[in-house]
Design a protein around this ligand. Structure first.
Ligand code: C5P
Length: 303
């Protein structure tokens, strides 16, 4: 086999509770991840050396050098195997770049799965999860898919039971936001307002809404502690969120560190209407529909 293609989904955070800043520069989280049907595709082809190329609308915004998370993941996997494997990675991007939907982490997860297959390593998921956690806090979830709660940095995962499919609209922004900058702004706001960061707790009503597949209840429970920081750094997001609520979204939230905004619709038809309304209002670069949860990385093969 000289080529393996892996399709990998984006994520939205249904609950992102951010605890105090830790000594290592990270925050303890309760992070309810939910994989949605916006996909990147990563093709790994046997090659000497490590190379990456990115295709898609936002290709110019993704590094094509050793800073690329997919290349870092492939290199970490080769090191783990103790061999000097090479690979050429082709990433076809649909997940917004620096958009709060873990696109880079998804590509890293896809690269781990693709290279594990291409190089015939046969490593179990547990090993990939461990290697992935060193690449980024969101990479383990990107390997898992579905819906799961992450604690610690977000890398310690417990899969969650979900009793249905949810329909979403994502309002894509012009340009991205830096994740470290949004966490730093969250800390700054807390300090400026004298707000102590509470120890993050999983929302039981949210877990219950997920179990029951109850979109109305889930919409009411969506919560993101990074939202005020993202809105502070990108004021236009307040208007985007309002527009979604005005058009009947069951919940409106910044996705992760933003600037993508996520809206929960009450049906597929409502999602299509909501996306059209957001486009017509001009409050986003584009608005796309998706559903969740969807499974994690899926392997296909190209000759
Ligand atoms: O783990 P990852 O490299 O994706 O994290 C990017 C940045 O996001 C970190 O450098 C840190 O500033 C912030 N972060 C955090 N707490 C977490 C996860 C990420 O402060 N649990």
């Amino acid at each position: 086999m000289n080529s393996v293609t892996v399709r990998v989904p984006a994520k939205v955070n249904l609950q992102l509770a951010v605890g105090p800043l830790r000594d290592d520069g990270y925050h303890d989280l309760v992070n309810v991840f939910h994989a949605v049907s916006i996909f990147d595709e990563v093709t790994a082809t046997a090659e000497t050396g490590m190379r990456v190329r990115v295709e898609g609308d936002s290709a110019g915004q993704v590094p094509e050098d050793d800073d690329n998370l997919a290349i870092r993941a492939a290199s970490a996997l080769a090191r783990h195997a103790g061999r000097s494997y090479g690979v050429s990675l082709l990433i076809r991007k649909s997940i917004p770049v620096a958009g709060g939907m873990a696109g880079g982490s998804a590509d890293a997860a896809a690269a781990l799965v693709a290279c594990n297959e291409l190089w015939g390593l046969g490593l179990p998921l547990a090993d990939l999860l461990e290697i992935g956690a060193d690449i980024g806090s969101d990479v383990p979830f990107a390997l898992l898919g579905g819906t799961a709660v992450g604690t610690g940095r977000g890398e310690r995962l417990t899969p969650l039971e979900v009793g249905g499919t949810f329909h979403w609209v994502f309002a894509l922004a012009e340009g991205g936001l830096s994740t470290p900058a949004v966490y730093a702004e969250c800390d700054r706001i807390r300090e400026a307002t004298g707000t102590d960061a509470a120890w993050p707790q999983t929302s039981e009503p949210l877990l219950d809404a997920l179990r029951r597949g109850d979109a109305k209840a889930l919409g009411a429970e969506l919560a993101n502690d990074l939202q005020p920081a993202a809105v502070m750094l990108r004021r236009s997001l307040a208007r985007t969120l309002d527009a979604g609520r005005e058009h009947g979204a069951l919940g409106a939230i910044v996705s992760g560190s933003g600037p993508t905004c996520a809206f929960l619709a009450d049906s597929e038809t409502h999602a299509v209407e909501l996306a059209a309304a957001l486009r017509a209002e001009g409050v986003a670069r584009d608005a796309v529909t998706a559903h969740g949860p969807v499974p994690g990385p899926a392997v296909g093969q190209r000759p």
